[in-house]
Design a protein around this ligand. Structure first.
Ligand SMILES: [Fe+2]
Length: 386
């Protein structure tokens, strides 16, 4: 088997790497970047620091700070207008997955025209967009290293998966110091998203030996370090380890794909505005339990890598311990069920068939070790409700 791996051509990893942005813009021949960020970061100073850094290097710089959680096609189109209106030649995204995903979609439309839904999986993206430097401030979605973006269609509300090499950023800046002020809930949710990336990449039907190593190393680190970062926000060592692991998990899933948890998670996010990492967390234990029978050995490997199972545990025992540990971890990280999150019960059960259909259509469940039917997905949605 020959594996093809795609990652950004330039990656800067380490505390203070934010200050490498001007040098990278010079390497990429970018003179007029547009910063893509969210209103929170725009008012909290970090976007201003980046803008000043770029301006001091003698470059014109604009800021588009209208990105929203669960980025929409309307916001992407507003970003395209800002890009064209300011005569920009490159993108610098700053924030969690949403600003980075927004910048990817802006670049895609700048190069190809049309609407984000024209490029929804399984459609292809013909041309790469302008140079894009991605700077995550969470650890994280891994979007800085992936060839995916997730955009909500403003007409209809579907959370669309868009995939293709043209979405890979030109450079990723992985600076853990940007995550030091992340609040507890965001730390837990984005960290669990990373853990889900690592586990799903490892059990994916499209896994390969390269992504396996990335995934195992990432899940081992995340399992130990996430509770430390959650309980002790200022723990720099935990933050640094989490940041690197989130990027490694991103590399793993970008090249091996995610699976059923992500397939089911997107519709929950689209219908009920549950943050992405949190809807993953709501699903991860039950979906793992459902999937184990088709790939006991790989799930047992996860349990061993994460230090959950003893070296001499049989696969079945290791898998049982994994499921139990995932449920316990959700309690520790205060993950609510959909019901306790406050979702209206009648509406949740009413849309289950639509969520199941959207999950299947995204293609992710087909990478799962156990490929579910629509009815099995519906059963899992019912199972995690309370
Ligand atoms: Fe994710």
């Amino acid at each position: 088997m020959i594996a093809e791996i795609q990652i950004p051509p330039i990656m800067k990893i380490g505390g203070g790497s934010l200050f490498e942005v001007p040098a990278i813009l010079a390497r990429l021949n970018c003179a007029r970047p547009l910063i893509v960020t969210d209103p929170f970061l725009a008012t909290r100073g970090l976007a201003g620091t980046l803008e000043e850094l770029i301006r001091k290097s003698g470059r014109a710089c604009g800021v588009f700070s209208e990105t929203v959680a669960d980025p929409t096609s309307d916001v992407v189109e507003a970003g395209v207008r800002a890009f064209a209106g300011g005569n920009h030649d490159s993108l610098v995204s700053l924030g969690g997955g949403s600003p980075i995903d927004t910048a990817k979609a802006i670049g895609m439309l700048v190069a190809n025209g049309g609407h984000p839904r024209d490029y929804k999986v399984p459609n292809a993206i013909p041309q790469a967009g302008p140079a894009h430097i991605a700077i995550p401030t969470t650890a994280g979605t891994g979007s800085e290293v992936t060839r995916f973006t997730v955009i909500t269609d403003s007409a209809g509300g579907e959370k669309m998966l868009i995939a293709g090499s043209p979405l890979t950023a030109s450079a990723a800046i992985v600076d853990y110091e940007l995550t030091l002020s992340m609040p507890r809930r965001l730390t837990a949710d984005t960290g669990t998203d990373s853990l889900t990336h690592a586990i799903e990449a490892y059990v994916s039907r499209r896994a390969n030996p390269f992504t396996d190593r990335m995934a195992l190393a990432a899940m081992k680190t995340i399992w130990t370090e996430l509770p430390r970062a959650f309980h002790d926000a200022g723990n720099r060592a935990a933050r640094e380890a989490m940041m690197l692991a989130a990027t490694m998990a991103g590399i793993a899933f970008s090249n091996a794909s995610v699976a059923l948890v992500h397939g089911m998670s997107r519709p929950i996010g689209a219908f009920f505005h549950v943050p992405h990492g949190l809807s993953n967390a709501m699903l991860l234990p039950a979906v793992t339990e459902f999937s184990i029978c088709a790939q006991e050995e790989r799930y047992a490997d996860c349990a061993h890598a994460m230090g959950i199972a003893a070296a001499n545990d049989a696969n079945q025992t290791a898998c049982a311990k994994l499921v139990e540990a995932l449920y316990r971890r959700n309690e520790e990280l205060e993950v609510p069920s959909p019901k306790r999150f406050g979702i209206a019960e009648e509406r949740y059960f009413e849309v289950i068939p639509v969520m199941a259909a959207q999950a299947l259509a995204s293609g992710s469940p087909q990478n799962n070790p156990r490929i579910p039917t629509a009815e099995e997905i519906a059963q899992l949605y019912r199972r995690v409700w309370a």
